[in-house]
Design a protein around this ligand. Structure first.
Ligand SMILES: Nc1ncnc2c1ncn2[C@@H]1O[C@H](COP(=O)(O)OP(=O)(O)OP(=O)(O)O)[C@@H](O)[C@H]1O
Length: 846
């Protein structure tokens, strides 16, 4: 029985099923063994092949009914490509083979499996298999899985792996779905699209996509900026179900375990893990969000009563629960602060006065259509704008503000009727890096004493700033000497502006975080009137202010490298949790007391699915273009590998490594080049949103064009951020917002001639500012890809938080950064006396 090559394929052809069955039946009848004979696998195979051969031969001879040509063509299309001659089958071998060979191979592999099972069932030690051997086999299994999927093991092949037992998955799903039901009316999830050509899902876990409403958008970048057609601004679901797909047996890296653990403790479906069940996601309306990055400088009155030591404010009055100090009057500005945008609504947003553009639901159609025409004339002018003045601590005596506003109105609001003290201390156990922090205990004590935490337990010291959804105060937990950044949001305001969901998004994300470069949320509580977040206080101001203090208003390459490296780690962590940050800019990067950074402000972030994938690379890891240079004494050296003596960062490997360590490193580098290990990528690379969200100068082209965006937008903003730190301005800034948008979409990147920036730095920026997101550095493998860029050569990522920062903020006695501005409410004298009967009495004044 010589099976013709073309007849031995298994073809999915339902049309011929009946015929096949008949033939098979016939063949079976013909091949019924004579009595007394026993069936063997070999016999079965032969019979089966006879049947198939009969069928195909029949077709070939024109005995088949219908047109055999068509069906053969069809078969040819469906069948795997065959190259070369058939050969012996084996698991993991993708070469073509005859069915008979395949079945024989299967028998062989089954036999070897059985033998392996037997070996495994032997007492330990008898097999002689080492642990290393087991690991090797596991590794091979993963690789075989990849290959068995039909994809060659080449660069870019992705294998989705399982992390935790399925049993746990279902538990989580159940719990999360249960809690998500409560929010069903508000929440929705966005499906993350998978790319079958790149990812081989061993387990799929993404929730189904919520259809997005049609949106008007700016036209494709390919066309002239002046010919963009009008597209409607999107009204889309912002949250996507997080679905780190979980299944058993694959070892989980320690760090990842923590991330997953953190995620898994989230209270609802969109909390970063497993939301596969349709029950977990119900659509939530999300309005388009647009921010403008601008800065309005406003003189503020110096605080007549200088802020003395925090301890002075609380010492001697430990039982002052109401904490109505002079600072309480400042909170009166809270309402006026966030309502300033109303006063300036309609103001034109010029690039000189950085404004915030906000398109709320009420003006959505108008704004979107006008936005659509933005690049073809006066497109952005048509967007309903709100210039939002913000209070932000700035340089000496001046209160420089960064205006950022956004459209994030949700169709429903939450009404809260009583204080609910949540999250805080009960969660400290989930935050290993801050678990020793005294503030947890302080909160616990207050809770123990008073039942629950409320505003009355905080003494407001000064207003730190005012955002789009609330104001942030430096506050002391009365009687504890513990400082917090207390974000206070007016529930009514949030509801009326449909910003409740943005506030929720921020809270949910903050609840997940446990990272040195991200804020810790100690507690959140809600009253009839206010929602409050008690966060870690960051006393060093923000990077925008710090940059302005630098010579030429820009950072050196070394300093920039430090800041962007820390930001990169923060973004990487966020992506692992299924959070696309979307609003990176120097204003959102706060400087800690120790000079390290803290990424803040998550109300515009996108929650999405993240599936860990294993990327198999057949190529050796790319060798850096340039070797590390030896330390250089030139103060003006711009070589990023140069470790200038003044730049004493102990965590940068070249300085730390001994000769032996260096040789070890070299060996491991070489080994990595020979046999690169598969790389675990936990990035929401497939997340998609159509929201128009961000800050003008930082908007990625795909956001402007409305093509749908994912985590790659963070790498675009990362490029803009690095550019701004180095050159003191953003690369596509135009004379107005519309020009800025047009530049982002169509103008090529140009580097200013001054200051001189090294090749590697410019190369990194170039890679990050590739306009097509799919080609952008980081879009496939996320932060890991960026970390490998020569710009970061020599950086010890694991120890960067031990590095000495380029600059230490000047902190006053009380831990308050100097210069201290203390915005006094003019009407502070009118503040009512706190009655002390209600937790939030002091806030009734406005
Ligand atoms: N943990 C913190 N420590 C110190 N200052 C903070 C902290 N969090 C926020 N701030 C300051 O408070 C101000 C308001 O912050 P907030 O996050 O509410 O608004 P925003 O960043 O201006 O943007 P958004 O409109 O998205 O709310 C910011 O200018 C920031 O500098």
């Amino acid at each position: 029985m010589d099976a013709l090559p073309s007849t031995s394929e298994i073809v999915e052809s339902t049309e011929e099923l009946d015929f096949d069955l008949k033939i098979s039946e016939k063949a079976r009848k013909h091949s019924v063994p004579k009595s007394g004979n026993r069936y063997s696998i070999e016999d079965d195979i032969n019979r089966l092949f006879e049947a198939i051969d009969n069928r195909t031969l029949g077709k070939g001879l024109g005995l088949n009914h219908g047109s055999s040509k068509d069906s053969l063509q069809k078969k040819a299309m469906k069948r795997p490509v065959r190259v070369g001659s058939p050969q012996i089958s084996g698991i993991g071998i993708s070469e073509p083979m005859s069915l008979k060979q395949a079945l024989r191979g299967l028998c062989i592999s089954q036999a070897s499996e059985m033998a392996a099972m037997k070996r495994l069932s032997r007492p330990a030690g008898s097999s002689g298999a080492s642990e290393a051997g087991t690991i090797k086999r596991l590794y091979r299994a993963v690789v075989v899985e990849a290959n068995g999927s039909g994809l060659p093991l080449s660069e870019g092949n992705l294998v989705e792996i399982s992390l935790v037992p399925e049993r746990i998955t279902s538990d989580f799903t159940e719990k999360m779905c249960e809690s998500s039901q409560k929010e069903k009316a508000e929440l929705s999830y966005q499906n993350a699209h998978s790319s079958p050509d790149q990812v081989v899902p061993l387990h799929t876990g993404r929730s189904s996509e919520i259809p997005e409403t049609e949106v008007k958008r700016l036209k494709s970048a390919d066309s002239s900026p002046t010919s963009h057609t009008t597209k409607k601004l999107p009204e889309v679901d912002e949250k996507t179900s997080a679905s780190i797909q979980v299944l058993a047996k694959t070892p989980v890296p320690e760090g990842l375990k923590n991330h997953l653990h953190t995620s898994s403790l989230l209270p609802n479906c969109h909390s970063g893990i497993v939301a596969n069940s349709p029950a977990c996601g119900s659509p939530r309306i999300m309005r388009p969000i647009l921010r403008n990055k601008s800065f309005v400088k406003k003189k503020v009155k110096q605080d007549s009563a200088p802020v003395s030591g925090i301890s002075n404010l609380c010492s001697g009055k430990p039982n002052n629960d109401l904490g109505c100090s002079t600072s309480n009057s400042d909170i009166c500005e809270y309402a006026t602060g966030i309502r300033k945008e109303e006063r300036v609504k309609g103001s034109s947003a010029s690039s000189a006065t950085n404004c915030i553009i906000e398109c709320n639901s009420g003006i959505e159609d108008t704004s979107s259509s006008k936005l659509g025409s933005n690049l073809s004339g006066n497109r952005t002018k048509s967007i309903s704008t709100k210039v939002d003045e913000r209070s932000r601590s700035r340089e000496k005596g001046e209160f420089s503000q960064s205006s950022k506003s956004s459209i994030g109105d949700y169709s429903s609001s939450t009404s809260v009727s009583e204080d609910s003290n949540l999250s805080g201390s009960s969660r400290c156990g989930n935050r290993p890096h801050m678990s020793k922090d005294l503030r947890w205990e302080a909160i616990r004590q207050v809770q123990k004493q008073h039942g629950r935490l409320g505003l009355k337990h905080f003494m407001l010291i000064k207003k730190l700033g005012c955002g789009d959804i609330g104001s942030v105060y430096l506050a002391e937990l009365a009687g504890t000497n513990c400082l917090f950044a207390l974000k206070v949001m007016d529930n009514e305001f949030l509801a009326s502006r449909k910003k409740m969901s943005r506030a929720e998004t921020e809270r949910e994300i903050l609840q997940m975080l446990d990272h040195p470069f991200l804020p810790t949320l100690y507690a959140h509580f809600v009253s009839d009137r206010f929602s409050c977040l008690a966060m870690e206080y960051c006393p060093g101001g923000d990077l925008h202010v710090l940059r302005q203090k630098q010579p030429n208003r820009s950072f050196s390459e070394q300093a920039a490298r430090f800041y962007v490296a820390e930001v990169l780690l923060a973004l990487e962590y966020l992506h692992m949790l299924g959070v696309v940050y979307r609003d990176l800019k120097p204003e959102n990067i706060l400087v800690r007391e120790d000079g390290h950074i803290m990424l803040s402000d998550f109300d515009l972030s996108l929650r999405c699915a993240v599936n860990p994938i294993l990327v198999q690379s057949s190529r050796p890891i790319q060798e850096p273009n340039k070797k590390m240079s030896s330390p250089c004494s030139e103060a003006s050296c711009i070589d990023p590998f140069c470790l200038h003596p003044a730049w004493q960062v102990s965590c940068f490997t070249p300085r730390l490594l001994s000769v032996a360590a260096k040789s070890r490193k070299l060996k491991s580098d070489l080994a990595a080049q020979v046999t690169p290990l598969p790389q675990l990528v936990v990035e929401p690379t497939n997340a998609r949103s159509n929201s128009f969200v961000g800050t003008y100068e930082y908007l990625a082209p795909e956001i402007i064009k409305g093509e749908g965006h994912g985590s790659a937008v963070d790498w675009w903003t990362f490029g803009i951020f690095l550019f701004e730190l180095l050159y003191g301005r953003t690369p596509f800034k135009g004379s107005g917002n519309e020009e800025t948008l047009s530049n982002v979409v169509s103008r090529s990147l140009k580097f200013p001639s001054s200051p001189v920036v090294s090749f590697h730095t410019r190369d990194l920026i170039r890679g990050l500012l590739i306009k097509e997101p799919e080609n952008r550095l980081g879009s496939a493998k996320g932060a890991a890809e960026i970390k490998q860029h020569p710009f970061f050569e020599g950086l010890n990522w694991a120890l960067i938080r031990c590095a000495i920062p380029p600059e230490m903020p000047k902190i006053g006695d009380a831990g308050i950064s100097t210069p201290t501005t203390f915005p006094q409410n003019k009407d502070s004298t009118k503040c009512k006396e706190s009655k002390g009967t209600e937790e939030y009495t002091e806030f009734e004044m406005f």
